[in-house]
Design a protein around this ligand. Structure first.
Ligand code: FE2
Length: 422
């Protein structure tokens, strides 16, 4: 007798399996006949582990237009706008917006998010707010907080001190933004400093690294060195790495083995990178996405992050990691069937490994978190970005969406169509 039985679904690897759940655990996977308190019929539908977002800014989300829109569309105007907003927003406003975003996330089957939290202002209201959000959503969503010195660790008087204060308050991960420090040397020094802080405190490390079109911005080299020095391996992630798009190919042939040797992971954010990078170019305009396939060929784990939804940097977004992967596969030209399947894995299993989630997956014994999609397989899910028919968190049904069937009013044609593969 199971509490919940998900019947007849297709797993991402193409196998058909029922999933039996008792309490908050997956207790059986296979052809299951036992009784269940509740049965979800997933016949013909894709049953996947939940989506995971390893890079987000929840202190800024759902604030688009406050205090005004980003007219130039650049990263730098976004940072300036956020600099105003973070001193105007109250803790309650930030909590409300973030919890609303988490509702959207749950409805999309997105059940784990790593969010950077700006530790620049002395008031640290964003940190206070995000710690409260983490507490509130903990029963159904894993939230990791990164202490993120948005204006630079050394570029403001209290940047370093406030980052340490945030870690002392309970923030989980050490951040960084070396390309925004005053000089290349101060950027490199910030990485040596932050890598040491992460190692000494036994924390993970996730750096906004080289988010620029400058081909000479080479902090990822220093970061990889520090990750190797402290043995952080997969507990460290380089976010964005957009300068790698513009770097000299010979230099990259030296850099990739250094990144691989360190064991660190990479988090490009395709919706934001394609939107913000190349803004100073005329034509041809650079895409600004890092070298995804080339890193993967070297064995470097690469995920896809969302980064922004309705905030000073990005005016769209729906908390759908399939949108993120869809954009990523286009910009990185990952259109071979095996590459598209990999893109689905990137927003599920790879992102979970980047966040070091210990209890993730559809195997017996894992926590019962999963999503049922109105699609037959991962590639079709990317093509349709379909309804999340059922979302289960900790063994409980937490969200449902109706199928996206359309009714046709055409003589001689079917009355109802579903845009699934023929
Ligand atoms: Fe970011």
């Amino acid at each position: 007798m199971f509490d919940l039985l998900v019947k007849g679904g297709t797993l991402p690897d193409g196998t058909q399996a029922d999933i039996g759940i008792t309490g908050d655990r997956i207790v059986a996977v296979g052809t299951l006949e036992a009784e269940a308190g509740r049965v979800i019929d997933a016949t013909g539908d894709l049953v996947a582990p939940p989506f995971v977002d390893p890079h987000f800014h929840m202190d800024a989300t759902l604030s688009y237009g406050l205090p005004r829109v980003n007219a130039s569309g650049t990263l730098l105007e976004g940072i300036a706008l956020w600099g105003e907003l973070r001193d105007l927003a109250t803790v309650d406003e930030m909590v409300d917006r973030a919890v609303t975003y988490c509702d959207w996330a749950v409805s999309m089957g997105l059940l784990a998010i790593r969010t950077h939290v700006d530790t620049t202002p002395d008031h640290l209201r964003g940190v206070e707010a995000m710690l409260e959000v983490k507490r509130r959503v903990a029963p159904y969503l894993d939230l990791q907080l990164v202490a993120f010195p948005q204006d630079g660790l050394y570029r403001t008087k209290t940047g370093r001190e406030n980052l340490i204060r945030a870690l002392d308050m309970g923030v989980d991960v050490v951040g960084g933004i070396p390309h925004f420090e005053r000089t290349m040397e101060e950027g490199a020094e910030s990485l040596r400093d932050l890598g040491r802080i992460a190692a000494e405190r036994g924390l993970m490390w996730d750096v906004h690294c080289d988010e620029t079109d400058d081909p000479m911005s080479r902090h990822v080299e220093t970061m990889a060195r520090e990750v190797t020095r402290h043995g952080l391996g997969g507990r460290a992630a380089g976010s964005h790495l957009t300068s790698m798009h513009s770097m000299d190919n010979y230099y990259v042939s030296k850099l990739l083995p250094l990144i691989a040797e360190s064991g660190m992971t990479a988090i490009p954010n395709p919706l934001i990178n394609i939107t913000l990078q190349g803004r100073h170019d005329t034509y041809p305009k650079r895409r600004g996405l890092t070298r995804v396939k080339e890193m993967q060929a070297m064995g470097i784990p690469v995920g896809w992050g969302q980064d922004c939804v309705l905030d000073p940097w990005y005016s769209l977004g729906t908390a759908d990691m399939l949108d993120v992967a869809f954009m990523g596969l286009h910009v990185a030209q990952m259109t071979h069937p095996a590459e598209m399947e990999r893109c689905f894995t990137m927003v599920t299993e790879v992102n979970a490994s980047i966040m070091n989630l210990p209890d993730y997956g559809l195997q017996v014994g894992k926590r019962a978190d999963l999503v049922v999609l109105d699609a037959g397989n991962p590639v079709e899910a990317l093509r349709l970005r379909p309804a999340r028919l059922a979302v289960i968190s900790r063994g409980k049904l937490v969200a449902e969406t109706k199928r996206g069937d359309a009714t046709l009013h055409l003589s001689g044609r079917p009355a109802t169509i579903r845009r699934r593969n023929p």
